[in-house]
Design a protein around this ligand. Structure first.
Ligand code: ADP
Ligand code: MG
Length: 311
């Protein structure tokens, strides 16, 4: 295969309408390649279609049309192999309350046909820090422990690709760090990771490549570095000593006055050095009491891309 862990072509999902509303086109023809060995981020606002996409990969939701290939196996022609290649940590905490973590892993391994001698439940439990809880009932586990158990379950059949749907939504910092550590270690050992998140800093920190999805369409797909590189925009915010009579002017400067009297100057750092912005301020006869700059981050690309489509 051509180095892709996942290949998606023309993927469409329409949820049938019913008592609860009209039919919903959740995915409108998605094309996406995810390279082997990546930590790939799927970003998008609520309702964008992230979980739908992931649940189709996982075989939990049936696509309407299109083609999905996982680790070289077409999902329709080789359903068993494609399913065996992927492990999914779902967004919801759907655990059987009567199983202990060890039992839950054994059952999961059984479902995936993992031979007994190839099972390593204890090692997986240790990896997610649940070795002490191996024989506790799931209903006695805290939310964070349940989430770690879901991760453990996704790993029992040694998948090539691990998919995590909002793994750190609503978890505390300690658990987030632990999940990130686990994800990094699994990736170092060769696993391809796909995660959805609406925490942009998580995507910045963890992901080599990112697709931004909005209203069922991929609106951007690039390396994290290049997406951030697009962010050349800076903003300088100036508090004048006395109310400014005139606003600064200059090529490439976008100047507005805020209600509190502050002057807000947007500019492109690659085209206009900060010193030139300050010179324009002085040329307008403004003496500066306070100045600070703001830099765009992934949040801005994200808002820009999702807003442009909506408009
Ligand atoms: P995300 O994970 O990005 O928040 P989802 O994939 O969960 O988005 O949802 C995408 C769209 O599909 C939303 O409008 C959602 O309401 C709708 N949707 C999701 N699941 C169902 C379902 N089972 N039946 C009908 N509509 C659904
Ligand atoms: Mg979701």
């Amino acid at each position: 295969m051509a180095g892709n862990a996942i290949e998606i072509r023309g993927l469409v999902k329409t949820y049938a309408g019913g008592r609860h509303g009209p039919e919903k086109r959740a995915l409108k023809g998605v094309d996406l390649n995810i390279p082997q060995g990546a930590v790939f981020g799927l970003l998008g606002p609520n309702g964008a279609g992230k979980s739908t996409l992931i649940n189709i990969l996982a075989g939990l939701v049936v696509k309407t049309s299109g083609q999905v290939t996982i680790w070289g196996f077409d999902q329709d022609r080789n359903p068993r192999q494609s399913r065996a290649s992927i492990g999914v940590m779902p967004q919801e905490l759907n655990l059987d309350p009567f199983f202990t973590p060890r039992e839950a892993l054994e059952v999961q391994a059984g479902l995936y046909g993992v031979p007994r001698r190839e099972r390593c439940s204890d090692a997986i439990l240790a990896m997610v820090g649940l070795e002490d809880k191996a024989d506790a009932y799931a209903r006695t586990l805290s939310g964070g422990m349940r989430r770690r158990l879901l991760l453990a379950k996704a790993l029992v059949h040694h998948p090539h690709v691990l998919v995590l749907d909002e793994p750190t939504a609503g978890v505390d910092i300690e658990l987030r760090q632990m999940l990130w550590q686990n994800i990094r270690r699994l990736n170092r050992d060769g696993m391809t990771i796909i995660l959805t998140t609406h925490y942009l800093e998580e995507a910045e920190e963890m992901c080599d490549e990112i697709a931004i999805i909005n209203e069922g369409e991929v609106v951007a797909r690039d390396s994290t570095a290049r997406l951030l590189g697009r962010l050349d925009g800076k903003t300088m915010i100036i508090q004048p000593e006395t109310p400014a009579a005139a606003l600064p002017e200059g090529a490439g400067l976008e100047v507005t006055r805020r209600a509190d009297g502050a002057i807000v100057i947007a500019y492109r750092a690659s085209e206009t050095p900060a010193e030139a912005v300050l010179a324009a301020v002085r040329a307008a006869g403004i003496s500066i009491r306070d100045v600070r700059t703001e830099q765009a981050d992934l949040q801005d690309v994200f808002l820009d891309l999702t807003r442009r489509r909506a408009g």
